[in-house]
Design a protein around this ligand. Structure first.
Ligand code: OAD
Length: 233
């Protein structure tokens, strides 16, 4: 790999698959067992809050029995050793990047371990079931919802992401199907701004043609390999 100075990395559910977290669109994935409209939209939450709170409580509880894998750890090593600028953006709501050692992770779709108060709009760390209707630590109202971005809502920190996409010299997409915008459009944005683009995924994603280079395989193998190459220069 040529030498790069400003790298933006986007990760998706595929990077956590080998840790035992279900992806969304693969066979047996989350969206085969749950209707998106029911559990991942503001309308679904308004219709049946208990169903939605229970769905995210179960996903948060499941994090306790999984561990980060070699791909998460490799990206943490890259953060620690890369001398240029690095922005790690994840669509994942799990905490495996952090537990793998990454210090600075931009969760554009929110986090399971955070709650958002629908009364005062403040965020707070979450480690109890939302179905128990805990009080917001800021305003004391029992009106917490998962701090995750649902379909129809605006992903977090888009300004920061587009700023980095405008100046990066390498954009890397890892373990994402490229089915959900705006994240699916990041590759074109980076390409348009002159960056090289690299896809590391089990199979070609929907936007595969926009990548200068594609490597297909399991994240736990191909991500550490790529990190090694970047750090060797
Ligand atoms: P998807 O389930 O759509 O895609 C996962 C991708 O990971 C697929 O392309 C798989 O081929 C690939 N994959 C599976 N196992 C892998 C492995 N071991 N190594 C490498 N790649 C692997 O998940 P996302 O693209 O993350 O949003 O989904 C994007 C968004 O759609 C999610 O953030 C979520 C979902 O609906 C919201 O809920 C708002």
């Amino acid at each position: 790999m040529a030498k790069f100075e400003r790298i933006v990395i986007l990760t998706g559910a595929g990077i956590s698959a080998e840790s035992g977290i279900d992806t969304f669109r693969d066979a047996g994935g989350l969206w085969e067992r749950h209707r998106v409209e029911d559990v991942a939209t503001p309308e679904g939450f308004a219709r049946n809050p208990d169903l939605v709170l229970g769905f995210y409580d179960a996903r948060r509880a499941a994090l306790e029995s999984v561990e980060p894998n070699a791909a998460h750890r490799a990206l943490a090593r890259l953060e620690a050793e890369f001398t240029g600028d690095l922005l790690l953006v994840t669509q994942n709501v799990d905490n495996l990047h952090e537990r793998g050692g990454s210090k600075d992770v931009l969760h554009m779709h929110g986090e399971l371990s955070s709650a958002l108060c629908t009364s005062c709009e403040m965020r707070s760390p979450l480690d109890v079931p939302l179905l128990d209707r805990p009080k917001c630590p800021v305003c004391q109202a029992p009106t917490l919802r998962p701090d995750v971005v649902w379909f129809g809502e605006m992903p977090y920190r888009m300004e920061r992401i587009y700023e980095a996409l405008g100046t990066c010299d390498l954009f890397v997409s890892i373990g994402t199907s490229g089915a959900v915008y705006p994240a699916a459009g990041f590759v074109q944005e980076a390409l348009m701004n002159g960056a090289r683009t690299l896809e590391l995924n089990l199979e070609p994603s929907e936007g595969s043609r926009f990548f200068t280079e594609s490597r297909h395989g399991r994240a736990g193998e191909i991500v550490p390999q790529w990190v090694e190459e970047v750090l060797e220069g």
